[in-house]
Design a binder for this molecule. Structure first.
Ligand SMILES: [Fe+2]
Length: 243
C-alpha cells in the first residue's frame, strides 16, 4: 500500500522529534500493510523551513535505519507545500512526490478563493500537477451536501491504497460537486488526496461528512495517513484494518 502524505521524518516539522520516534512510526505503518511512504514534511515560511537537501539527507538516514531494523518500507521524497505567496519561489527548486511532477499542496485556512485559483494556475503553468492535501479539511472546498454519503467503503479505500485500483471507478463521476471552486480545480487538472483519518472521524464529524461526500463524488485519486505521531496510528488506520 502507498501512503501519499506522511510526516515521518524526524526534526523537520511538527512530526516526530527524533529518529527513534520515526522508527516506531515506520514499524506501525509496515504492520498496517504500507510498503511505500511519501515523506511530506511541511514547508511553511517562518515556521518549518528545512531545505530540500536537508529533507533528502534525513530520508537517506531514516531509510538506512529502517533497513537496519528489517522493516519492509521504502521512503519516497516529497513536501507539503503551503499555498501562499512564497510558493512560486519555492517551486523554482521543487521537491515533488517521488519521481513525479506532482506537488502536494495544502490550502491554509482563511485563504481567499481568488488566491487559490491564481496560485494553483501558476503551479500548473510551471509544469506541475497540484495534489490538494485533505480537501475535506478545507472550508473553501466543502462540497454541496445534496447527495447522501455512502457507507461501508473502508475496504474499497484500502484497495485503492495498493495503487492497482482506482477508487474513483467505484463512484458516480459527476460534473459538479456543488462547490464552484472545487469544480474549477478539478477542471484545472488538480489531483486530490484524502486523509484516511477523516473517514473514521479523527478530525470530527464535519470533516468525516465532507470526506464521505467528496469520495461519493469521485474527487479523490489517492489517500494518505497524514500521520504525525505513532500514538495516532491506531485511531487513523484501525478502521481500515478492521474492514
Ligand atoms: Fe500533512
Amino acid at each position: 500500500m502507498i501512503d501519499w502524505h506522511c510526516h515521518i521524518l524526524p526534526g523537520l516539522d511538527d512530526g516526530p522529534r527524533n529518529i527513534e520516534q520515526s522508527l516506531v512510526m515506520a514499524g506501525l505503518l509496515a504492520d498496517y500493510g504500507f510498503t511505500e511512504i511519501h515523506c511530506t514534511p511541511h514547508l511553511i515560511r517562518d515556521c518549518f523551513e528545512a531545505s530540500n537537501s536537508e529533507v533528502r539527507q534525513v530520508i537517506r538516514e531514516l531509510q538506512q535505519r529502517i533497513c537496519d531494523n528489517n522493516i519492509p518500507l521504502t521512503l519516497l521524497s516529497g513536501r507539503e507545500y503551503y499555498l501562499d505567496e512564497y510558493l512560486p519561489a519555492y517551486l523554482e527548486d521543487p521537491l515533488p512526490l517521488g519521481d513525479s511532477r506532482q506537488i502536494l499542496v495544502e490550502i491554509p485556512p482563511r485563504t481567499a478563493d481568488e488566491t487559490v485559483r491564481l496560485l494553483l494556475q501558476n503551479v500548473v503553468r510551471s509544469g506541475f500537477t497540484p495534489v490538494i492535501a485533505h480537501p475535506e479539511r478545507c472550508r473553501l472546498l466543502e462540497p454541496g451536501a445534496e447527495r447522501t454519503a455512502t457507507r461501508g467503503f473502508f475496504n474499497t479505500i484500502k484497495n485503492a491504497l495498493t495503487g492497482g485500483h482506482d477508487d474513483r471507478q467505484e463512484q458516480e463521476l459527476t460534473d459538479s460537486t456543488g462547490n464552484p471552486l472545487l469544480d474549477y480545480l478539478r477542471k484545472l487538472g488538480c489531483s486530490f488526496q484524502g486523509n484516511l483519518g477523516s473517514f473514521g472521524g479523527f478530525y470530527g464529524n464535519q470533516v468525516k461528512t465532507n470526506a464521505e461526500i467528496l469520495r461519493s463524488k469521485g474527487v479523490y485519486d489517492r489517500y494518505g495517513s497524514d500521520l504525525h505521531a505513532a500514538e495516532h496510528a491506531d485511531r487513523i488506520l484501525q478502521p481500515f484494518k478492521d474492514s
